[in-house]
Ligand binder design. Sequence first.
Ligand code: BG6
Length: 518
Amino acid sequence: MCAVTTPSSKDAETSKALRGRQPQSANLVIFGAAGDLTKRLVVPALYHLAQSGKLPNQFAIIGIDIDQQTSEQWRQNLTNMMQTLTPVGRIEATAWSWLTDRMHYMPADFTQSETFRHLEEMLKQNKFVNVLFYLAVGEQFFAPIIEHLGQAGLTQQSGGAWRRVIVEKPFGHDLVSARALNTQILKVLSEDQIYRIDHFLGKEPVQNILVLRFANGIFEPLWNRDHVDHVQITAAETVGVEGRGRFYEKTGALRDMVPNHLFQLLAMIGMEPPISFDADAVRAKKTELFQAIHTISPENAVRGQYDGGVVLGRKVVDYRHEPNVALDSTTETYVALKLGIDNWRWAGVPFYLRTGKRLSARTTEIAVQFRQAPYALFRDTPVERLPANILTLRIQPDEGLSVGFSAKRPGSEIEIDGVEMDFAYRDYFEPLAAVGYETLIYDCLIGDATLFQRADTVEAAWRAVQGLLDSWARDIAKDFPNYAAGGAGPDTADRLLARDGRVWLPIRANHPHTAIRP
Ligand code: BG6
């Protein structure tokens, strides 16, 4: 493969049309300014945007949180954090001071109305009429903050000014709560003011799936039940619950990863081509896909919880001995599902999804396995089996894709081997300094909601898993812990595929070809 380094003028026009709009002057108000998300992701993403000149010159950041600190202390804390994230001395002083000069901190309780009156005063101090509110707070604060914003008149858009709100995950913990949250926030905001984040859509290789499918002529004709045997979607993690035991106990792997992150991958792979890259055109197709998912029966679902073991050479405890986890916890830390999609493109093609904590390697990938070629031609030859054609899209950490196909081993006999063509992002593109939130924040600033969840999309996703949530709540797991930390998950997950005569692809962090490169 060879990289196209000089785009034609038509390519340049297309990419300009898709990206490259300069945001208008704006205030960014971060609720939860002293929290982890702000420190680890939002501020580093803003810094990267500042570095690449993607933020408007007339830009101000107001951070709000309960912690008593001055603007100077807030900036200093963030500087310390950035220094731990970036190799020492690598923070680019110009971009960082450009950003910190625009940062102000307001110690306040965002459950109190007076906070919003003060905020209004602060917003009046500059002339930037546009405001992006970022709710980097616990889910219990989403609706109350939006209500307060509404009561204070801060969500009113007039005279061409815009007011937008970014809502973080989790958006509800089941269908009923997601619906209730939508109803509450839609009393204050119109749908086009709400940007529901799923950070998986901030990952470049996820965004690339649409380009792979729809900007290339070779894949789409094969992208259907006539040619695809099945699809595997894996999000394997080596981490445990990382001190989030209290949150995780109420959540579990199914809620935490499936109707959001894994479904975003599913949507990118399975959706019909939208008529344009317009946000609603794309989101309508995703929603339709989620609506076409069959009810998931417990027979098509596997849950697991990790026992102690060794992960990446380090001994780790079982889930039940993690902080803030009950000693008899029945929360699942692993889930595997077989999904069916009821439409013309995918009827009869199983989509196997799995995600788990404390597995042998960290990897997120999608494998599209194509149907076997008819064997007839090789009947009278020594060929015993034909390797499957698998298109593997590696989302992280080793971003790229590979295509596996059959080749004749050189020699006088007909011997067939499985070989691979591989594309790794790092071989073609300069790595971007990014934490994955850059595109998402930038898109909010320019008003492009394509990568965000619409109310009906979120509800359709919850609806698809609700039956399983209910049946697992009724029928408590009795065999936990049922997989060793550092392994590939419970044996029952293997049986889920074995039943259909299939096997999971190995969980591996690096593609064998790219791993050996210097
Ligand atoms: C979060 C989940 O939304 O996504 C975490 O709450 C999970 O439990 C994380 O670890 C995975 O995201 P990433 O980007 O690290 O793959």
